[in-house]
Design a protein around this ligand. Structure first.
Ligand code: GUN
Length: 281
């Protein structure tokens, strides 16, 4: 079984991005910039944002984190986004989710200029991705896609089963794999026989938020299994895949932590650089 080392692959990607930032600096005499808006004091969000900033600095991006208290008014955020939209030194804007209840997520996402939407959540980018046009691609599925391609460069005709239909991962993941000519099945909480669906798969991407849902006998030999889950349990952090059981069957499997997580952040940096490049044309 191949243990997919997301930490190492993400470090390699960051190394490439660092070189790219350096050559962009020479070419344009400017560096790409990422602005992150963080509202409230949820611990996971604070950790994510800290890591985003750390790695953005490591590859040489300009980065800033703009923090607001939980009680901030929606209008303040919308005004800030509008200011960042028209600031030429800002290449990418990310508003960390989840948001406090009084702030309308859809309104916030739609306020970000599609050309600076490093999350790929704006409906314009969602539509462009599903139409096969140029778009920002959400960081988590992009990271999963790059890991899958490392193991299997030719995905044409492969059967992929996505567990979970979220906008954040399941739906964009489907688009990426369709583009690679996979046959894609999207499963979710109402799927009748999840085990039978998974047993058909050459590739499984699990992103449902149910600890260790995908079992060893759900996976045939030679399947690539990507675990997007991060679940806090009594025995610590586990994914959506029963790691020990599945590792006995799968061809390749991502660990949690150290699989998809590091790739997500590296892809955010990639998206920031890509937004910068598109803005220079
Ligand atoms: N919160 C958890 N994951 C994400 C993500 O990919 N983007 C944003 N903006 N917030 C998140």
């Amino acid at each position: 079984m191949i243990l997919i080392d997301g930490k190492k692959i993400a470090a390699e990607l960051r190394e490439e991005l660092k070189k790219e930032v350096s050559s962009l600096k020479t070419k344009y005499n400017k560096i790409p910039g990422l602005s992150v808006i963080l509202i409230g004091d949820l611990t996971p969000s604070q950790i994510y944002v800290k890591n985003k900033e750390k790695f953005a600095n490591e590859v040489g991006l300009r980065s800033e984190v703009i923090k607001y208290p939980d009680s901030v008014k929606e209008k303040v955020i919308l005004d800030k986004i509008s200011e960042l939209n028209s600031n030429d030194s800002v290449s990418g804007i990310l508003v960390q989710l989840p948001l406090p209840k009084h702030i309308n997520k859809q309104k916030i996402i739609e306020a970000i200029a599609p050309s600076k939407d490093v999350d790929g959540f704006h409906p314009m980018n969602v539509g462009n991705l599903s139409s096969g046009y140029q778009s920002s691609i959400p960081c988590t599925p992009l990271g999963c896609y790059l890991l899958i391609k490392k193991i299997e460069p030719n995905l044409s005709g492969k059967k992929a089963v996505i567990v979970g239909r979220s906008n954040l991962n399941g739906k964009p993941m489907t688009q990426l794999l369709l583009k690679e000519n996979c046959t894609v099945t999207i499963t979710h909480s109402r799927t009748k026989n999840l085990k039978a669906e998974c047993l058909e798969a050459d590739i499984i991407v699990a992103a449902v938020g149910i600890p260790e849902l995908v079992k060893g006998d759900w996976v045939k030999k030679d399947t690539i299994v990507i675990d997007v889950g991060i679940n806090k349990t009594d025995k610590g952090i586990v994914g959506d895949v029963a790691f020990d059981e599945v590792s006995k069957n799968a061809k390749a499997l991502t660990p949690v932590p150290g699989g998809v997580g590091p790739m997500t952040i590296a892809c955010l940096l990639k998206n920031t650089i890509d937004c910068f490049k598109r803005s220079q044309i």
